[in-house]
Design a protein around this ligand. Sequence first.
Ligand SMILES: *Cc1c(COP(=O)(O)O)cnc(C)c1O
Length: 352
Amino acid sequence: MSRFWNPLVAELSPYVPGEQPQSRDLVKLNTNEMPYGPSGRALAAMRDAADENLRLYPDPESQVLRAMWAQVQGLEPEQVFVGNGSDEVLAHCFKALFQPDQALLFPDISYSFYPVYARFFGLSFTPVPLDQQLRIHLADYRRDNGGIIFPNPNAPTGVLTPLAEIAELLTDNPDSVVVVDEAYIDFGGESACRLIPDFPNLLVVQTLSKSRALAGLRVGAAFGQEHLIEGLSRVKNSFNSYPLDRISQAGATAALQDTQWFEDCRARVIDCREQLQARLQGLGFEVLPSAANFLFVRHPDHRGSDLQAALRERDIIVRHFDKPRIQEFLRITVGSESDCEALTGALQAILG
Ligand SMILES: *Cc1c(COP(=O)(O)O)cnc(C)c1O
């Protein structure tokens, strides 16, 4: 507490990101990063962009990147918004597109940044419980609301909501914006982007942090009809008109062009996920069906917090959430083939 703070600051409850340890000798399976390095073409484009032109401001509208991303999604550049990581894009959504007079709806077990943003922007919210199988049950969102947001697949469960159910929700909920946070969609789902022409109330958010292995670059995007994108741009241009620097615009554009790298790496992650799931089930774990690059698992005989601590002693970090209903679960990022070996070896030793 400081007497120099704006009173709002003392009231904040900031988001706590997963640990980013300085030691490199850890098997890091706690923040859903890619185990493989990014596209070589993206790295080369960023090296090329590190030249004397850095004295100039970047394109405030990121036009080349937006045109590229539009092409990837089969949309128009005017239907694409980009920002400094999808976290920033999401923040702009909360400010620009959710209504303050009615409660925002999101799953009770979900991305823990949502309640932080809601409080930060003065929005009331109602968490909607996941069902018994820890799935998002969209029928429960058919009530008055100031907006709806959920990840698909959901985090930290990895469970995918079928696109047909999302289309139904969009039809039944025409008067507020539905944001689908697709941070993990490339690992096993179909993007809701193809519903955009039919629904003026749909905004889809994606990121290069997970499936493009560029968490360190901080590039995210939103896709929707032009009127929604214009709302986001008005907020962005009232806050930071240059969210993406020259190097990230160049790197992100090249990363999106490198289809070969993308298809190879996501196939490899999906393959490792299936193998890891089978091996964890062999060790007695219950594994939720995952369409993401992580698994949400629990063991009938061992506490989640104990397993996390025991893995940590063996230099493996996984994520544990000390929250009702999911206390006994661990969220484990699908790492490289050797990470998965290390993890299953350690678990075998711990479980005896
Ligand atoms: C990782 C993640 C994000 C944030 O991604 P950045 O683009 O790195 O900011 C957003 N939503 C969910 C559900 C995530 O897991």
